[in-house]
Design a protein around this ligand. Structure first.
Ligand SMILES: [Zn+2]
Length: 482
């Protein structure tokens, strides 16, 4: 019983406000002490203070069901669904709802689940329209069950949708073949993808995480809140891909009824942050600033032993050397991908989840290593040989003849035009760089990564945006201090 509630708690932990977590924790404690009156009182209090949240209503339904009031359970469950509860599997398996599951109301809810989901996304879109107004554009992607709410011009919005589709195609082919099943697809909840203006992004960030210093908001690219089925990002490249990968991974976990540990969730999502077209013409995970750091750690013999990485709590993962944890988890999956074992791993892992939820057993099996120590050795040798790419922290003395700056938005912003060739090409301060050499460039790290391997004197085509006009220009790679 507690397990399920903890799982539910895990859902809201995605983005708790302090008030929510303490109230809910106290209520859950009361509930597990079978002090249902107190638990229900706390949940009702919380529901009043947070009219948007479905969690207290879902939990109230559980409490009512346990106490034998199946009718009350049904009413609360319908309210929970109205407020956005959309995890069918949870409702079908939560032991707290056993009594409720014998009712006609329950049967009706299950039978009309696809309609619930469709109605939910329409309500979400309507609310978004009210909040963001007619200047945003609103589009639905039926295939991937996404609704886009975008502050950008039509071309940029389309590019973002294509980026998402490309990521989905790759992920489903390479990691989640189980998501191809069309029959189950209409039970996948829709997800709202919001690409806001910098101002709206800031408002969302403050509302979600509380007030924070400006620097912290600019470092926050975006987030996916699975409880709300809402993805918000101000970066149309690596963050969009990373967060969208979480969407797919949650779909897979929900269908399987599993909750995967943080290293798998973040490692897989980080994999798609940097992708490139390879010589073989495939779009694949690429070496990046993250693998740079893994190569450095490997050479210093300071990689985190795999048995420690796989058992790390979310808290520790995110707060103690987070960058190294993300980088190494990503690299482990890149290592598997390099060997063509990524899909094998995920299949094997999800099959044996019951025996070893950490994933270590499946990792050793698929990589063919006998022990964690053997894996560490093989992984370290591989990591030492990772190719180095240019990155923001140690930029090369090469460029396209302009000074670029981070811009919260769809690409780095041109601050100053330095070279003759960039001037002649028509680049101006304020232009947003969006691509180079046919590859998309959405932030400075991506720009430097794409610059890797280019030589002084070479001419490249860049794409850029000036307000809602999209342009291209040929510029020369020049030597410059960045
Ligand atoms: Zn993530």
């Amino acid at each position: 019983m507690r397990m399920v509630l903890v799982a539910l708690l895990a859902l809201i932990v995605a983005q708790p406000t302090p008030a929510q977590s303490t109230d809910n924790e106290r209520a859950i404690q009361a509930f597990s002490d079978q002090d249902f009156d107190t638990a229900e009182r706390l949940w009702k209090q919380w529901a009043e203070a947070h009219p948007q949240s479905f969690v207290p209503w879902y939990n109230l339904a559980c409490s009512r069901s346990i106490r034998g009031d199946v009718e009350g359970a049904g009413e609360h469950m319908l309210t929970a669904i109205e407020r956005g509860f959309s995890d069918l599997k949870q409702m079908q398996t939560d032991p707290n709802l056993r009594a409720f599951r014998t009712t006609e109301t329950y049967r009706k809810i299950v039978a009309s689940w696809p309609e619930f989901l469709d109605r939910r996304i329409d309500t979400d879109l309507e609310q978004a329209r009210k909040m963001y107004g007619p200047r945003y554009n609103y589009t639905k992607d039926e295939k991937y069950r996404l609704a886009f709410v975008s502050a950008y011009d039509t071309i940029t919005s389309r590019q973002a949708r294509e980026e998402v589709r490309k990521t989905a195609d790759w992920a489903i082919r390479t990691v989640f073949p189980d998501l191809r099943d069309g029959d189950e697809a209409d039970l996948d909840p829709w997800v709202l993808v919001i690409l806001p203006t910098p101002k709206h992004f800031m408002q969302w960030a403050v509302q979600t995480y509380g007030a924070m210093p400006g620097s912290a908001t600019s470092q926050l690219g975006g987030a996916y809140a699975h409880d709300q089925k809402k993805l918000v990002t101000q970066d149309l490249g690596s963050t969009l891909r990373h967060e969208f990968f979480h969407v797919l991974h949650w779909r897979s976990q929900d269908r399987l009824g599993q909750r995967h540990p943080v290293w798998i969730q973040e490692g897989l999502a980080s994999l798609v942050e940097d992708m490139d077209r390879t010589n073989r013409g495939r779009w694949e995970p690429a070496a990046s600033w993250r693998t740079n750091s893994v190569a450095r750690l490997a050479k210093m013999n300071r990689l985190i032993p795999i048995d420690r990485l796989v058992s790390m709590s979310r808290d520790r993962f995110a707060n103690n050397r987070a960058l190294a944890n993300y980088a190494e988890s990503r690299a482990v999956f890149m290592y598997l991908h390099d060997r063509g074992k990524l899909a094998d791993f995920y299949r094997r892992y999800t099959e044996t989840f019951g025996q070893d939820p950490t994933g270590l057993t499946a990792l050793l099996e698929t990589s063919g290593e006998d022990s964690a120590a053997d894996f560490d050795r093989a992984f370290r040798d591989w990591a030492k040989g990772l190719p180095e790419v240019y990155e923001q922290n140690s930029p090369p003395s090469l460029g396209i003849g302009v000074v670029l700056d981070i811009s919260p938005g769809d690409g780095p912003i041109v601050r100053q035009v330095l070279s003759r060739s960039a001037k002649d090409a028509g680049l101006r301060p304020g232009d947003i760089l969006t691509g180079m050499n046919g590859r998309s460039v959405r932030d400075l790290n991506e720009f430097y990564r794409v610059l890797t391997g280019l030589r002084e004197g070479q001419r490249v085509e860049v794409t850029y945006r000036r307000r809602s006009r999209h342009k291209r220009a040929k510029v020369e790679i020049v030597s410059q201090r960045n």
